[in-house]
Design a protein around this ligand. Sequence first.
Ligand code: TEU
Ligand code: CA
Length: 556
Amino acid sequence: MTDQWWKRAVVYQIYPRSFADSNGDGIGDLRGIIGRLDYLADLGVDVVWLSPVYPSPMDDNGYDISDYQAIDPAFGTLADFDELVAGLHERRIRLVMDLVVNHTSDEHPWFEESRSGRDSAKRDWYWWRPEPNNWASFFSGSAWEYDAGSREHYLHLFSRKQPDLNWENPEVREAVYTMMRWWLDRGVDGFRMDVINFISKVVDLPDGVMRPGERYGDGTPYVFSGPRIHEFLHEMHEAVFAGHDGSLLVVGEMPGVTVKEAGLFTDPDREEVDMVFQFAHMSVDQGATKWERIPFSLPKLKGSLGQWQEGLGETGWNSLYWNNHDQPRVVSRFGDDDEFRVRSAKMLGTVLHLHRGTPYIYQGEELGMTNMDFSGIDDFRDIESLNHYSAATAAGHSPVHVLDALRHMSRDNARTPMQWDGTRHAGFTAGEPWIPVNPNHTEINAAAQEHDAGSVLAHYRRLVALRHDEPVVAHGDFTMLLAQHPHIYAFVRRLGDVRLLVLGNFSSDPQPVDVPDASSWANADIVLSNVDPVDGEGLELRPWEARVYKLDLEST
Ligand code: TEU
Ligand code: CA
């Protein structure tokens, strides 16, 4: 088995549109990232995952690609890209690109040729039907669009400008593998593969179940991890990754994936992917849809993450994340973004990063950035949010109610500009930002935390260092404790004679902690905490406190 270096790695996700703008047009770009490489090196991360920077009409901010082998002028040039790769590699940081091949843009030459006529050579590169089925799009409305020119409908699980590719067609697969090899030859170190478990569909596209009150059916049972998904991913491994003797990182984003399926996808012997992004813990505070909030329950969150720790304990591997460009900020969601913002941000990072798996830091998470207090619908930019607003209000939901749901769950909460300093527009741009900067940047910003040992940034640097220095963090097994405790997250990691006890208080009240054989931890060292421990107080955690004990049986 190749050296699975990514088990010791920490990944940093950059959403280029909102990271750093170098030319004052209010849109982040590659030269902006190049200007911040030392910041990433100081944080200690091993990999950068770069969300899409390819030419795109930007209907879904780049997840709608019209040319896979170039850079969108808004982000820069291929020369800028090569300079970025060189700058990262100089700092021993690898670059993982975003691979969006479940669908293309409707302005991609492949689709333009496909829609040019029913007998087009690329007609079968997409899903065309005389009549649509009843499937819903993830961005509201039908998953089908009528093309007047060729008088048929095409499938688009996301926006109508994101037609789904037909992976049943070997020409499509070969074209994708050729493109992937082109980027690897250019020095790229792997891929984050967008909704990659959607590429194999049940080919007769049966109607989905209609939920009461819904206009469209749920097609996901015929899309999630379809009949040929393992065949396609293994074929891709053979065609693209096999020659790279494990030096790459390949992570599949897989909405709806089960623990069992993930065990198959990430089993090294099966040569499919190294790890997956699963979403179970991202819906613990959601009702039937992401817009219907339900009260947060810590036992439910522990139940979900615990199940994945156990399920992939022997074979396979987990990705660990609270945030990405599709989720609201975790400190506002599961933490306390007011009185205890700094402490809860550190506690959430500690609890996540010490699980078994590869942790992902989303830009700004290491600063404790919060959700945005959006004033009205005009503040939003995200197609999913805007489509939901118009669909929900058209269906009679009160705009106030829908706006409230958007404030909590909209993806735009993750997409407000990176807060580099306290100046106008947070040092993100000298121009007018494409989306408003969070006014709390005057308090929450990188410059203020750079040299502050008590900052969230300093704590994340310590977290990354702990994974690099303590093999138990990367390779230890995982045992959940106090699974039903409503406020305490507690677990043990073990590797040989070394044990870690990780404790986190998810409440604004002090919490006594009664862990099994507590006495054995009495003479353990505290290797990380977010509140200066007071001696002799036994195992009681203050509000939002995190503490990590290390016991080395060999030395005691
Ligand atoms: O996201 C897929 C996906 O699962 C999200 O749409 C998610 O369900 C939703 O946003 C949560 O609310 C990927 C990309 O990460 C996302 O940015 C793209 O919009 C989407 O695919 C289509 O490419
Ligand atoms: Ca720019």
